[in-house]
Write a protein that binds this ligand. Sequence first.
Ligand SMILES: Cc1cc2nc3c(=O)[nH]c(=O)nc-3n(C[C@H](O)[C@H](O)[C@H](O)COP(=O)(O)OP(=O)(O)OC[C@H]3O[C@@H](n4cnc5c(N)ncnc54)[C@H](O)[C@@H]3O)c2cc1C
Length: 402
Amino acid sequence: MKEIVILGAGYAGLRALHVLQKSGADIHITLIDRNSYHYESTSLHEVAAGTQKDEKICYDIKDVVDTKKTTFIQGNVEKIDSDKKEVYVDQKTLSYDYLIVALGFQSESFGIPGVKENSLEMVDVKTADQVHRHIIEQMKQYKETKNEEYLRIVVCGAGFTGIELVGALVEGSKAFADIAGVKPEDIQIYCVEAVDKILPMFSDRLGQYCLKYLDKWDVKLLTGKPIKKVEPGAVVYQNSKDNENDLVALNAKTIIWTTGVSGSHVIGDSGFEERRGRVMVKPNLTDPKHDDVYLLGDVSAVMDPSSNRPYPTTAQIALKMGSYAGKDILNQMKGKPSEPFSFKSLGSVASIGNTHAFGVVGKTEVTAYPASFIKKAIMDRSLFETGGIKEVMSKGRFDLYH
Ligand SMILES: Cc1cc2nc3c(=O)[nH]c(=O)nc-3n(C[C@H](O)[C@H](O)[C@H](O)COP(=O)(O)OP(=O)(O)OC[C@H]3O[C@@H](n4cnc5c(N)ncnc54)[C@H](O)[C@@H]3O)c2cc1C
């Protein structure tokens, strides 16, 4: 019997688990995650803004574990020794015949001073919850002090995650205002971005659609302003492109860092050849030096032949990788050759609040209500692909407008 170890019960890990569990092959699987629950990373911004309850985006990992085939261990993966075929989890050592590494992402500070100490990250349910609790506390502080800095929220980075967070914060501002005893328009939402254009992956038309709403909602979008440091209670950015000394401090009691992510630190700590926590994998998603180690999702880099750049890391590709790796392990066990992994994006849709969204589906650009509907359908599909119909039903996710 072959031992397959899966690290991470996110999109890629659980999708691979599903394929392997239903295969009927002579295998035992060990699944490891630091949490007892799976969470949908694609909805973390809603938890941070308080527009979605954390229990709606989580379910028990045990719900999808077939105990006849799989042992689930809740623990923290510290390191992998791929030459010895061992994984170190807390104080334990586990051996494997095949390993699936699907440990996801962490926040990337790009070496900017003060980010770790002075800003909030939003990388899992705990940190998203912390952001929400922090904002509530600042609103209470405003009520006592009347200091406007408590009403000011700065989102650092206007990429996909930053813009989705801004949209959710706008939606959450009524609840924040009620706590502070002010009007929703008194909640000041800033978004600071280094480059001039937001969301470069979308066309100008879609970019304009998004900008129109941010403007309507009075979001203060500062583009072309590279952040130089984060101090306690202030984001310091360069105000003019040609003058490095022209620095402005934007004071705010809530500063949220969403400028980008890298793959899990476990990848670098384990000696894989990596860049920002991602390994450039072989066509069958294995490590170039180890045929028995699959790297999936946000710890993996796969070239897109049409752009000659790695595919962006998304839940969509993570799910596809999980399916592929499960099947490829079964093929390897039968001595069958691997078909190379291939991926065709179905498009991507960004939400700005509960009822506004925009993006591309296939080759068609979508906006407004239809886009928002599609976004929710995509999210339900990913919940279905990891958790099955039971989880979709139990989360009440057929209510598309929560
Ligand atoms: C706010 C936000 C919005 C997004 N929106 C979209 C979207 O609309 N569409 C889209 O396709 N993608 C979206 N993404 C990107 C998407 O969420 C990621 O690409 C995806 O989660 C990667 O999947 P994964 O399986 O690699 O990792 P994850 O799903 O992040 O799972 C990683 C798992 O590993 C576990 N883990 C991590 N480290 C350890 C450790 N040391 N020990 C034990 N367990 C560990 C974690 O607990 C987690 O369960 C969004 C991301 C964010 C943050």
